[in-house]
Design a protein around this ligand. Sequence first.
Ligand SMILES: [Zn+2]
Length: 158
Amino acid sequence: MATIQQALNAVRATVLAQAGVKCPYCGGQAKLVGGKAIYPHRADLHARKFWQCAPCDAYVGCHKPNPQLGFDGTQPLGRLANAELRKAKSAAHESFDPIWQEEHMSRRAAYAWLAKALGIPVERCHIGEFDVALCRRVESLSEAYFDEVLLAECEGWL
Ligand SMILES: [Zn+2]
């Protein structure tokens, strides 16, 4: 049986499909393309679909097909990201992920900490959906976190 969330997702997917996907940079209509257009050398991604705005060098991947959720493989994972935003997101992940990867805290606790530090609800705390400014804040918060860890370790040695 479908949950309310699943039903809502299906409605959202239908609305998106009907409205088409817009490029947030130029306001133009994004084009649905195959993975080969985005990652010519990644044969494993060629079957996947992406929404692309070529003039802005912006794109976003799609949810994997899931009939139960109303996803047919063309629903975007979020908004299109250009080169600057893609770079900012991966920099944010590189700074933040070690906090839970190196087991300073659990992944769940790390995201709860980040959400609190950013002043946003934890259920909205997805780096993939952040803009450039939020990504930069994740980076500086994470760096400050590691500065503190380092300082605490140094104090331990004294
Ligand atoms: Zn565009």
